[in-house]
Unconditional design. Structure first.
Length: 403
């Protein structure tokens, strides 16, 4: 009963403006107040409703650069996975007929696949709140780390599972209009308080309740594993472990690359994953302080090893170079998207059909995407350098409209 009362108090506190918690989907703006007893009654809550229709403008297929030259059949397996993932989602019914018709397509022909999309879908240009059509496209990948199931010399960086005392509160259970808003916290006496920050988690060490899954050999590689959200670990005994995102401590993500630029320790063009890694190698004693500047901390779960890509937020495996992460409040999760951007650090076009199958803490806004490059070092080289301008078109069933 005490825990239930604390959670209820926490929700009231959040809505009244007294909380400093963060949502898994977006920061909660908070006004200071000395105690909830003295707060004015909470104002009406504005739900974080999807803004699909406002961010979409009907387009034509000729607007999509490279549409006729992209190998559309290379995206077909990812599209079928999206059909599977969207089936149970609120916008799933709009796709049932299209996905059923997809079973009859001759997938050996790029022409037939492209014609299927043109016959049954319409492109919608994605725009940001100011009406602009250009946004930032970054890259991510599935890294390979070295580790051990036991702590040993050379393997001392813990990969943590979800702590036993982490509370994840789904506000829609009490306030349906707050669908997809979740906050994290922990109990302190009879109060729910913010969960530990990265620095506090590191300081608590083994006192943090919960299972340590593995130990890896490199703190900065572990940090980037958390940024990527999934990865594989080559174990000292010869085995391979696979890790997927399980939860997060509720604190907002802060870019350490941006911090190094602000301090004058890296130039803007050097603030890539590779640039940060080089800085870390040259400044090992200062690395903990830098990493702790990002209060966000990701917890993992171990999953069976396979040759498929990591499972994204849609619940299906990601396809290298055909899956992207998006902000699901602006782009429907699972939808086909045509991406027009350039390859990392170049002007060479990268125009292709991809699927919106994942999300990310740093992926905020309508014209914003993270391009999944795949697994391993080569994919990491591409992902780490990618920070390009780009455009997005959502492809939606022709007999309905995204809303």
């Amino acid at each position: 009963m005490l825990k239930i009362q604390a959670v209820c108090l926490f929700i009231v506190t959040l809505l009244a403006g007294c909380s400093v918690f963060q949502s898994s989907e977006a920061p909660v703006a908070c006004a200071p107040c000395p105690s909830c007893a003295t707060c004015p009654p909470p104002a009406a809550v504005t739900p974080p409703a999807a803004v699909f229709s406002r961010n979409f403008q009907i387009a034509s297929w000729s607007d999509l650069p490279g549409w006729t030259t992209d190998d559309a059949k290379a995206a077909w397996p990812a599209f079928l996975l999206s059909c599977k993932g969207m089936a149970s989602r609120p916008h799933g019914p709009a796709w049932w007929r299209v996905c059923e018709l997809a079973r009859g397509v001759d997938v050996r022909s790029a022409h037939d696949v492209r014609r299927f999309f043109e016959q049954h879908l319409k492109p919608h240009a994605v725009t940001n709140g100011e009406g602009g059509a250009n946004g930032m496209i970054t890259g991510y990948y599935e890294p390979l780390l070295r580790g051990s199931r036991q702590k040993a010399r050379g393997f001392e960086q813990p990969v943590r599972g979800v702590p036993d005392d982490l509370l994840t509160i789904d506000l829609s259970a009490v306030f349906p209009e707050l669908k997809d808003r979740r906050v994290r916290g922990r109990l302190e006496g009879n109060k729910v308080v913010p969960y530990w920050s990265r620095a506090e988690i590191e300081a608590r060490g083994e006192r943090l309740p919960g299972k340590t899954l593995l130990y890896v050999d490199d703190a900065v590689e572990l940090f980037f594993l958390q940024v990527q959200g999934s990865g594989r670990v080559q174990l000292a005994d010869g085995g391979m472990a696979r890790l997927n995102y399980a939860d997060q401590n509720g604190h907002p993500y802060q870019s350490i690359g941006r911090l190094l630029v602000e301090r004058g320790e890296l130039k803007l063009e050097e603030a890539s994953m590779q640039g940060i890694q080089s800085w870390a190698r040259a400044n090992p004693s200062r690395l903990p302080e830098l990493l702790n500047a990002n209060p966000s901390y990701v917890f993992f779960r171990e999953v069976p090893n396979s040759q498929d890509g990591p499972v994204g937020a849609l619940g299906v495996p990601l396809t290298p170079e055909r899956s992207i992460a998006i902000d699901p409040r602006a782009v429907p999760l699972g939808a086909p998207v045509f991406l027009a951007t350039t390859r990392p650090n170049s002007a060479q076009p990268l125009n292709r059909l991809v699927m919106a199958q994942d999300t990310g803490g740093a992926i905020k806004g309508a014209v914003r995407a993270d391009f999944f490059w795949g697994f391993g070092k080569a994919a990491g080289e591409q992902a780490g350098r990618m920070k390009q301008s780009g455009r997005l078109w959502v492809l939606w069933p022709a007999d309905s409209a995204p809303k």
